[in-house]
Design a protein around this ligand. Structure first.
Ligand SMILES: Cc1ncc(COP(=O)(O)O)c(C=O)c1O
Length: 357
């Protein structure tokens, strides 16, 4: 027997490139083009100037209390209804492990965040990819009726990624109601760019988990902070699994800076508002250039051009030091996902596209 047989082999998630060259216009991983709140910068400075810091002898607060308290206050929830983790990837991964423990398949769209099938494979969770319709929308009917009885859970992002298409809250509510026998996770990584969160439905349905991140709207991808909101019972199950895995996931600077970011609601609204405005202007320019796309509810646009392949536009933009995302995958090969940067960055993209097309 070879030891190879005893090894867990997985095909890992492939993240967007992180080039070192700072002159590159980097619009490939949906990061925020603005700095985090000045309150975060102040908190970092205070931490670094504190003589006690870095006091690396002690473990960090395993309940991440300052961060959990700030989130509870901001969203009007109790602290036992909030769970925090190292980016929403960490939170979602723990959710898969905790809530998708069935022989029945977990349902998610065929075109969606490509980490879902990686976690399912890693944890050996059966799953079924539900095709989007021809318009790349999630069809709510696919998650109702008989399908709702025969699944081990449901997860999808709203707005979906990489399409950017928002599903109305009323449609999501139908799905949550129809799937009362399983857990429904709504991944709201991009909800702050104009969408309506389903978080209030937590009071109405006991099978709903809402996951959000600080990586996009709060400009803190580098600090790795994500959170889940649900009823206290489900959050307890999630914590029990997490504390059976690794008690101390969140480091001290992330806890402190994350809390400060949440408290600065004015700055949060300012930068998300700016990104929405830039997106709307960029969409007008894309239309003028002949691209087609669905209205985006996120900080990116997923677009296709009738005259040139996705790969060719991607490569030509890259030659001009503009990085966007393209996937060599059925149904979406013709598309590019372009993150919304600053006005100046998007003007450069438009100029480059004018040359390319
Ligand atoms: C739909 C979706 N969910 C979750 C994440 C994970 O974000 P993070 O781990 O940075 O919070 C991403 C990242 O791009 C995403 O697109």
């Amino acid at each position: 027997m070879s030891y190879e047989e005893n090894i867990r082999k997985v095909v890992p998630y492939v993240a967007g490139e992180q080039p070192k060259d700072k002159t590159i216009i980097k619009l490939n991983t949906n990061e925020n083009p603005y700095p985090p709140s000045p309150a975060v910068q102040r908190a970092m400075k205070e931490l670094s100037e504190n003589k006690e810091f870095p006091d690396t002898r002690l473990y960090p607060d395993m309940d991440a209390a300052p961060l959990v308290d700030a989130l509870a206050k901001k969203y009007g929830r109790n602290t036992d209804e909030i769970y925090v983790g190292v980016g929403s990837d960490d939170v979602l991964s723990m959710c898969f492990l905790t809530f998708f423990n069935s022989d029945k398949p977990v349902l998610f769209p065929d075109i969606t965040y490509s980490f879902y099938d990686v976690w399912a494979d890693l944890y050996r969770i059966p799953y079924k990819k539900v095709p989007l319709d021809d318009d790349l929308s999630i069809r709510k009917e696919d998650y109702l009726g008989e399908n709702a009885k025969a699944n081990g859970g449901v997860i999808f992002p709203n707005p979906n990624a990489p399409t950017g298409i928002l599903m109305p809250v009323s449609d999501i509510e139908e799905i949550i109601a129809a799937n009362s026998g399983s857990i429904v996770i709504i991944d709201e990584a991009y909800i702050d760019f104009g969408g309506e969160s389903v978080m209030p439905l937590i009071d109405k349905y006991d099978n709903l988990i809402v996951v959000q991140t600080f990586s996009k709207s709060r400009a803190m991808a580098g600090m790795r902070i994500g959170f889940a909101v649900s009823n206290a019972k489900l959050i307890k199950y999630l914590r029990d699994v997490k504390f059976s895995f690794n008690s101390y996931t969140m480091n001290l600077p992330s806890i402190v800076c994350g809390a400060e970011a949440v408290k600065d609601d004015e700055y949060f609204r300012e930068i998300t508002g700016r990104i929405i405005k830039t997106r709307d202007n960029f969409e007008k320019e894309l239309r003028r250039l002949g691209f087609s796309f669905r209205d985006s509810g996120s900080n990116f646009v997923f677009c296709t051009h009738p005259r040139m392949s996705g790969k060719e536009i991607f490569t030509k933009l890259r030659d001009r030091n503009i990085y966007v995302r393209w996937w060599d995958r059925d149904r979406i090969r013709g598309y590019l996902r372009i993150t919304i940067g600053t006005d100046e960055q998007m003007e450069n993209v438009v100029k480059a596209l004018e040359e390319i097309l």
